[in-house]
Design a protein around this ligand. Structure first.
Ligand code: NAD
Ligand code: MG
Length: 362
């Protein structure tokens, strides 16, 4: 077992689902945390700052930053604010930077970390969806390392550890199917945000949970995989796997398929990104295959989940189209959560924005 002490990390999006689970891993492995950033959850940010005795906390929201500053007045933790504050937390001199910000808002931090040639543990898949070519080119130029946190991409990365330079023939990207797995388009007509937020296998932030329900999430992950592993869209096969135990797999030239299995618990991929290449005991429960009995796989239903079809069609079109897909989806998901549009309108909203860009280009 590798016992080298791990350098302090910077954690962006510390108050979210990935952020809090990252701190759980840091707690268990005694990984120090140098900086934190969050949008506006002052109470949780204060508790985290005290617990990990961090050097710096950035609050995206100015009023939240003022509040946190007075709450932490008795400590020597520095509080900064706004976008520039978040970037300061990202660029702080430390080891790995974990980007667990949700949405396109995470792109600036990704670029800032990569620009410095540092190691980025990336949960913020939207960075790669809206600017994958730019991020990966910059990473190559600067010698930055991007370690995936998204469970499927962590699985693929793990499957490649023994590849010895052999090329990927095909990636099998698994999907839980989300809250409405097995539903027809008609059955999804009147579903509410509460219904869509009830994910069968994972407890996650609202945006990614809705993306799982529309299956847009798997489309975003397809684009993420293309950039991380240098494969084309047609070499990624998406399969619905309701147990979320096979986190993804890689097929090689000889037809051998290497998969990574584990209980559905994000702490495992988070930890692997923090301790890579070492493997250390993890708080996630052990996998009991006999108890599970069987694992099932099926083709995704592209009629019932048109967002997935749209993302598959957009994936080969490059950053400009993927950025519009991503932004339009973020807006539509927010509007659905505010009950301004129906669940079944999300795809139409994204399609409209993509048609506008199509007209501009033609
Ligand atoms: P979340 O909504 O639970 O947390 C988001 C975090 O980002 C919070 O700390 C919030 O304060 C911060 N934030 C939000 N807007 C911000 C802004 N404009 N500027 C700075 N910070 C901001 O989200 P999450 O579920 O933890 O997901 C985070 C990222 O990880 C997403 O890109 C998601 O797709 C990805 N991801 C999440 C999971 C999961 O299990 N939750 C799994 C795989 C990938
Ligand atoms: Mg995922």
């Amino acid at each position: 077992m590798d016992t080298t002490p791990i350098k302090p990390i910077a954690l962006l999006g510390s108050t979210g689902s990935i952020g809090t689970q990252t701190l759980d891993v840091c707690d268990k492995l005694q990984i120090p945390v140098a900086t934190l950033s969050a949008r506006r959850n002052v109470a949780l940010a204060e508790e985290q700052a005290r617990r990990f005795n961090v050097r710096l906390v950035a609050m995206r929201d100015e009023a939240a930053a003022r509040d946190l500053k007075s709450r932490l007045a008795d400590t020597d933790t520095r509080v900064v604010s706004g976008e520039s504050g978040v970037l300061e937390a990202a660029q702080y001199d430390c080891g790995t930077v974990v980007n667990a910000i949700v949405g396109e808002a995470g792109l600036a931090a990704t670029l800032a970390v990569v620009e410095l040639g540092r190691t980025l543990a990336l949960a913020n898949k939207e960075s790669l969806v809206c600017a994958g070519e730019r991020v990966m080119n910059l990473a190559r130029e600067r010698g930055a390392t991007i370690l995936p946190v998204d469970s499927e991409h962590s699985a693929i990365f793990q499957c490649l550890q023994g590849a010895n330079g052999n090329k990927i023939k095909r990636i099998i990207l698994t999907a839980s199917g989300g809250a409405f797995r097995g539903f027809t388009r008609e059955q999804m007509q009147n579903v509410t945000p509460e219904d869509a937020l009830r994910h069968p296998n994972w407890s996650m932030g609202a945006k990614v949970t809705i993306d799982s329900a529309t299956m847009m999430n798997k489309g975003l992950e397809l684009i993420e995989a293309m950039h991380l592993f240098g494969v084309r869209a047609e070499h990624v096969k998406i399969l619905v796997h309701r147990q979320s135990v096979v986190h993804s797999a890689v097929e090689f030239a000889d037809g051998a398929v290497i998969a990574q299995l584990g209980t559905p618990d994000m702490r495992l991929p988070i930890q692997y990104a923090l301790t890579y290449p070492a493997r250390l005991p993890c708080p996630a429960p052990e996998l009991d295959l006999a108890k599970l009995g069987s694992l099932t796989f099926e083709e995704p239903d592209l009629e019932a989940f048109p967002c997935l079809r749209l993302a598959i069609e957009t994936a080969p079109r490059g950053d400009r189209f993927c950025a519009v897909l991503n932004r339009a989806n973020e807006t539509a998901v927010e509007r659905f959560l505010r009950r301004e549009i129906a669940f079944s309108d999300i795809c139409g909203e994204v399609k409209n924005e993509l048609s506008k860009l199509n007209q501009e280009v033609n």
